[in-house]
Ligand binder design. Structure first.
Ligand code: PEP
Ligand code: MN
Length: 353
């Protein structure tokens, strides 16, 4: 990224400010330019630079996922409208039509707007329940419609992928598929918003590039979902990497959701992780629940029963009220004023030029 200044006089001030943001900048163009070594610039930094009267232009000099990180990426943002609490809830798998309706009714009773449910499952073992496929997606859609809910399901690389994707409001990319470019392109071409789970060992940068594949292929928006990565954690399945919550918020305008269920692996760990995710600034959590977890066809150990799910939704509604709409942490001013008031005044007047 090359920052061109209106005059070399601004270089010490803006250079020092960039250093305070943790960004290395090398003087160029006889002092009128600053070359940033890192293309991964938080949009708050980008916007503050653009609003500075002594910044003439910003120019991309390196390859980075431009669609997902672009300046005007509010265009690919997505309004989730989750309801009373920041939660998408539902079973791991839609096991029957009756169960789909029961799940939708329960989710509606919690004051939520979105129901989840696996239809074509990506199981580790071939002998395990693989999901009821398109039939299950039809049950999910029917049940969601009956209760005025929106629905999300994973779409795999099965021959039924397009038919399943057509039925749901949000297409989920499973963690095991994040690293598959052809699959991402196929889902992107469906032209629907996509919920992109982080791969089991994916770096945050690889995750952004995966989002780029989806947007490039035609997805109108991408929502990120942190679901835990592989480390030596005492949790049953994965380590929930909540550091990606502020990272995605800083780098994109897309929502970042967190799935505490697949990280936890067992139900007692789910609620604490869900609360931590909302406290960290996640736009929502996706939580698995089941009317009778012991009888669930998949992921029975991590499913919350309905009383536990109800209690969690109540807690998250309260926690959300404390955290939602929190503006991104204010940046220190580019120079001069030290108080937030000074900064607001400076950025406002700069923005008005
Ligand atoms: C799921 O959400 O049902 C699921 C299988 O998740 P993941 O792809 O994160 O394992
Ligand atoms: Mn599951």
């Amino acid at each position: 990224m090359l920052v061109t200044l209106t005059s070399a006089h601004a270089q010490p001030r803006i250079g020092a400010w960039l250093t305070r943001q943790g960004l290395g900048a090398r003087p160029m163009l006889g002092g009128r330019g600053l070359l940033l070594s890192d293309p991964w610039i938080p949009h708050t930094v980008r916007e503050a630079l653009l609003a500075d009267p002594e910044v003439e232009s910003l120019e991309d000099t390196t390859e980075y996922p431009r669609r997902v990180m672009r300046q005007d990426d509010r265009a690919v943002a997505f309004d989730l409208d989750l309801g009373r609490a920041p939660v998408i809830a539902g079973p791991c798998s839609i096991e029957s039509r009756e169960m789909a309706f029961q799940a939708a009714e329960f989710v509606k009773s919690l004051g939520l707007n979105w129901v989840r449910g696996g239809t074509d499952k990506t199981r580790t073992r071939p002998g395990d329940f693989q999901g009821a496929g398109l039939q299950a997606a039809q049950w999910l859609k029917e049940a969601a419609d009956a209760h005025g809910l929106r629905c999300v399901t994973e779409v795999t690389d099965s021959p039924e992928a397009e038919a399943i994707g057509e039925l749901v409001d949000l297409i989920q990319v499973g963690a095991r598929h994040m690293h598959s470019p052809r699959h991402l392109q196929r889902l992107g071409r469906m032209g629907k918003p996509v919920l992109l789970k982080r791969g089991l060992v994916a770096t945050p940068e690889e995750w952004l590039w995966a989002a780029e594949y989806l947007l490039e292929a035609g997805a109108p928006s991408v929502l990120f979902c942190e679901r835990g990565i592989r480390t030596a954690s005492p949790l049953k399945r994965f380590t929930l990497d909540l550091g990606t919550v502020p990272f995605i918020r800083a780098m994109t305008h897309s929502p970042i959701l967190v799935d505490p269920s697949h990280a936890a692996g067992t139900s007692p760990y789910v609620a604490p992780l869900a609360k931590a995710a909302i406290a960290a600034g996640a736009h929502g959590v996706i939580v698995e629940c089941h009317p009778d977890p012991a009888r669930a066809c998949s992921d029975k150990l991590q499913a919350l029963d309905y009383p536990a799910m109800t209690a969690l939704v109540d807690d998250l509604a309260r926690l959300w009220a404390l955290t939602q709409d929190a503006p991104p942490r204010a940046l220190p001013p580019l120079g001069g004023g030290a108080t937030p008031g000074d900064q607001a005044g400076r950025l406002e007047s700069a923005g008005a030029r």
